[in-house]
Write a protein that binds this ligand. Structure first.
Ligand SMILES: [Zn+2]
Length: 566
């Protein structure tokens, strides 16, 4: 009897258990449906033609900012921008061109702008300096070479040969020092008030005279004397640089959940996109269509509103931190909004616990359900937490991680300020930075899973002390790697098999001209086998323009031989 009664109880317990699990699942499903509905409505608006692709400084970007502010207010978040509003405004430079008043005089000789010399991108916008030049050879300071040794640069103009001891090509021993910026920075560190580049190397390509707008310029004038002048400057030099700039205003949107906690978590996503490609960045080969940026990054922006709603409603289990929601602008122009924010924080940086960034979270692969989390090296807690999260709760089957805190999105700005920061990403795709990045391609149900995952992470970290920060390993490797050639493909970062799977092939680039197709898997290049993205990158960094290389791809299980002209 005892036994049977026990079985009876067990049976009853089981029935109650399965009923409540079922009810839970039902409730979740219903909740998720509502979530999908809201995300869909946010993304429909943000990625509509009306917002013209949300280019920083445009009317469409302002509409997007206003929409977000109104939504944050509806949900019940406090404004945390300027003057009691949700907005944080910053200036972006949209054009830089040399003013004709710029001049260069060496001794008594006047040189003509553009014909003889031009300012380089890294030059300050306006400056004039008159001083003797000091010959700094190639301007290299490395472990086994110091061109600045015993030189007094204080108040002087550094004269630097734009080439290197073994020329400018990918096999040079000095590739890490080819950049204008590293050499200028070194000279300025030693007191130089201006830098004059020249070269007598007939084989190198002269530095570009186009003044990039996506650049944090130096604070000294930097000019290049063209090779055609055929002179190595000496003596007294007079440089005046004046660069005309045009600017616009970008708008971050900042909203706050105050739980009265000591520390604050930042949840961010950029809300700007490429507009019609007016500031560059488009991968489209046709005219100036609207780039709606549904995945990039209306998906992440809508995710902010959804997570904010959840964190306001369900305070229990998330109250050990405050939450600062940040929709950045200027991301597509070089992380400008987040860079501005970290310099103008509404909450001191040392009170920030960690940062979660969403950039492109709308295209979770429906079969592999793989989520990418970048930057997990920025704190020892990330991998530990990821290990704790149960995939069955969140509906994410697999998590792929990368370590470096430096990446191509806004978490980088926070990482560089010493904040543990990660980036959630559902992977590359052929619509990336093209006018076809529309809502029809999105897996919004998949985005709900990503948000569930993030929410579970927030809950898990709620009971933990403030995360400790650590510098990530590959910082230098990321900065130094430079390529002079491109294949023009979009790698599939999610692909797990051997080789490098290609998500998309760009029109008119070497890969397409060689006959590559979307979905090809590169298995060898230049006689070396390609096991994954690392092999591919290291092979690419050895190639130079004009190289003709054999390549093998696997297409529908068959090996196909191609020849690529770089
Ligand atoms: Zn993006």
């Amino acid at each position: 009897m005892k036994k049977s009664r026990n079985i009876g109880w067990l049976l009853l317990a089981f029935l109650v258990y399965s009923f409540s699990v079922d009810a839970n699942a039902q409730r979740l499903k219903c909740k998720e449906k509502k979530s999908v509905k809201r995300l869909n409505s946010h993304i429909s608006y943000l990625a509509s033609d009306r917002l013209e692709g949300r280019s920083t400084g445009s009317e469409g970007e302002m509409l997007s900012a206003k929409y977000l502010a109104a939504e944050f207010q509806k949900i019940g978040l406090e404004p945390k921008g300027e003057n009691g509003t949700y907005l944080q405004e910053f200036t972006i430079v949209t054009l830089r061109i040399s003013d004709p008043s710029s001049h260069l005089k060496i001794g008594e000789k006047d040189f003509k702008l553009n014909r003889d010399f031009y300012p380089l991108s890294y030059s300050s916008n306006s400056a004039s300096v008159k001083a003797d030049v000091v010959d700094c050879s190639f301007g290299i300071k490395s472990k086994d070479r110091n061109d600045f040794e015993n030189l007094d640069l204080q108040g002087k103009i550094a004269l630097i040969n734009a080439s290197s001891p073994d020329g400018i090509h990918p096999h040079s021993k000095w590739t890490a020092y080819h950049g204008i910026q590293v050499r200028v920075d070194q000279a300025v560190k030693l007191g130089a008030t201006g830098v004059l580049f020249y070269t007598n190397d007939q084989n190198m390509e002269e530095p570009s005279g186009e003044l990039a707008v996506r650049m944090n310029p130096s604070n000294v004038p930097v000019v290049y004397l063209k090779r055609s002048v055929g002179e190595k400057p000496s003596g007294l030099v007079d440089i005046e640089v004046s660069i005309l700039t045009d600017s616009d205003e970008g708008h971050n949107v900042l909203a706050f959940i105050d739980n009265g906690a000591e520390n604050t978590v930042i949840i961010g996503a950029h809300h700007d996109h490429l507009g019609r490609g007016e500031h560059g960045g488009s991968l489209s080969t046709e005219g100036s269509e609207i780039h709606n940026g549904a995945d990039d990054n209306a998906s992440g922006t809508a995710g902010l509103l959804e997570l904010a709603k959840r964190l306001v409603k369900q305070k229990k289990g998330t109250q050990s931190n405050n939450y600062l929601f940040a929709a950045f602008s200027g991301e597509e122009m070089g992380l400008l909004g987040s860079k501005y924010m970290v310099e103008h924080m509404p909450i001191p940086l040392d009170k920030i616990n960690y940062m979660l960034n969403m950039d492109m979270v709308g295209m979770l692969d429906s079969s592999s359900k793989t989520l990418v989390i970048n930057g997990v090296g920025s704190s020892p807690s990330w991998l530990e937490t990821i290990g704790l999260l149960d995939k069955t709760i969140t509906g994410i089957e697999k998590v792929k991680t990368t370590g470096s805190g430096i990446g191509a999105s806004d978490h980088t700005s926070f990482y560089l300020k010493g904040i543990p920061s990660v980036h959630f990403f559902t992977g590359q795709h052929p619509h990336y930075h093209k006018p076809t990045d529309d809502i029809e391609n999105l897996n919004i149900g998949g985005e709900v899973r990503v948000l569930n995952y993030m929410y579970a992470m927030i809950e898990t970290l709620d009971s933990k002390p403030k995360l400790s920060y650590q510098k990530t390993k590959n910082d230098d490797a990321n900065k130094r790697r430079s390529f002079t050639v491109t294949l023009g493909i979009i790698p599939d970062y999610i692909y797990d098999g051997e080789g490098l799977r290609v998500d998309g092939v760009r029109d008119g680039k070497p890969g397409q001209r060689a006959g590559m197709k979307d979905g090809d898997i590169i298995v060898s290049l230049g006689g070396k086998s390609i096991k994954g993205i690392k092999d591919y990158m290291s092979m690419l960094s050895e190639l130079k323009k004009g190289d003709l290389k054999k390549m093998q791809v696997r297409r529908n299980g068959e090996i196909i031989d191609l020849e690529v002209q770089f």
